[in-house]
Design a binder for this molecule. Structure first.
Ligand code: NDP
Ligand SMILES: Nc1nc2c(ncn2[C@@H]2O[C@H](COP(=O)(O)O)[C@@H](O)[C@H]2O)c(=O)[nH]1
Length: 325
């Protein structure tokens, strides 16, 4: 297998077929819905909260609400349904989560999307949870993960997952690679390609995206959607706590497996960072869309599909010529 990461790849341009980048369509379908961008903010407590979820859904962006206020989830689904917006939540795999799925079915509260959000998703308990959701909430689109191998993708798909999430340890606040020695950190893009070759259903690339160009690269190597944390951290609307250091405003961004999330120091695989506050999320999403439109025009197409066929070269660790981003 060829091993490379985002910064090692350059996509090769094709003849442009549009007169303006505004003609380019960046929308993508996942399940029964179509979204403005193939991008979803990470389902982490410092990245998304209920007001932001509502804003994203109202503006046709995909979102996944995190699972760290478990008792709010049923009311959240009901609230989104009342507003005629998509309901997209996360679950874990502990015993009470199985009961929660049954409670939703009893209350006739069927979310549009459920993401099973587990560090090591290639496991029997995740397969059991997929079966459980499909039994009680058969019309819900199930995203399962995270995995880092074709076997992981296939087993979760065979269990009934409608999409799988790929990425073990490439995240900005991840320390899994350091604490365990395992993961796709440093070769996430190659892992995505490896997994996508055997996938029959959509893949969500999760973690390691550092530039807008990495979104185009993820699609080239098999992603339908990209889950992103760090690029969204530090906006006015993101919920991480704002702190001032030497007159400069920062926002906390911490891992879901960090002690700040867990409230204890056991099986910690995440850390906290301070991200400079960088303005409105809508502006970043618009810039992402413009950059993706431009990328698609370089691909010689008019929509996201055009990116899936472009040629590429591997320029090992040299595309930034030593410049910082
Ligand atoms: N994408 C990534 O690379 C990573 C993401 N994360 C994020 O951190 C959060 C916490 O993750 P997670 O610890 O799974 O969630 P939980 O703390 O909810 O653990 C889920 C369950 O699975 C068990 N479990 C967890 N890890 C393993 C493992 N490696 N092997 C066997 N069993 C395991 C746990 O038991 P017990 O605790 O007793 O072992 C627990 O019962 C999630 O939101 C996840 O997305 C965390 C690490 C990597
Ligand atoms: N190993 C860990 N990974 C984590 C943790 N919390 C979240 N995550 C993963 O990171 C991505 C976001 O990555 P980014 O590079 O875009 O910032 C997120 O979606 C999770 O999959 C953690 O504590 N440990």
């Amino acid at each position: 297998m060829q091993v490379f990461d985002y910064e090692d790849i350059q996509l090769i341009p094709n003849k442009c077929i549009v007169r303006s980048r505004k003609e380019v369509d960046t929308s993508v379908s996942l399940g029964a819905h179509t979204f403005k961008l193939p991008v979803v903010p990470a389902n982490m407590q410092t990245i998304i909260d209920e007001p932001l979820a509502i804003w994203l859904a109202e503006h046709d962006y995909f979102y996944v609400m995190h699972r760290f206020n478990p008792e709010r989830r049923a009311d959240f689904i009901a609230d989104m349904k009342r507003r005629n917006l998509i309901a997209s939540i996360s679950v874990g795999v502990k015993e009470e989560e199985f009961a929660f799925i049954e409670d939703l079915a009893l209350a006739n509260l069927q979310p549009d999307y459920i993401t099973i959000d587990i560090a090591h998703g290639h496991s029997q308990i995740v397969i059991d949870m997929i079966h459980h959701i499909k039994k009680y909430l058969p019309d819900t689109f199930v995203i399962a993960g995270n995995v880092g191998t074709p076997e992981g993708v296939r087993e979760l798909e065979n269990a009934g997952a409608d999409a799988t999430k790929v990425g073990i340890g490439p995240g900005k606040v991840c320390i899994t690679k350091i604490k365990t020695g395992f993961g796709t950190g440093g070769w996430q893009l190659a892992a995505l390609r490896w997994c996508a070759k055997s996938a029959r259903k959509p893949i969500i690339a999760d973690g390691g995206i550092r530039t807008h160009g990495d979104i185009a690269k993820s699609i080239r190597f098999g992603a339908t959607m990209c889950m992103i944390g760090s690029l969204f951290a530090g906006h006015e609307e993101t919920p991480g706590k704002k702190v001032e250091v030497d007159g400069q405003l920062y926002q906390e961004y911490f891992g879901s497996a960090s002690e700040y999330q867990k409230g204890e120091h056991h099986n910690v695989e995440g850390k906290k960072m301070l991200m400079p506050v960088k303005g409105k999320l809508a502006d970043t999403l618009n810039e992402m869309q413009e950059d993706l439109q431009s990328a698609i025009s370089y691909a010689g197409g008019k929509d996201v599909e055009a990116l899936t066929k472009v040629d590429y070269v591997i320029v090992k660790n040299s595309i930034f010529n030593g410049d910082s981003i």
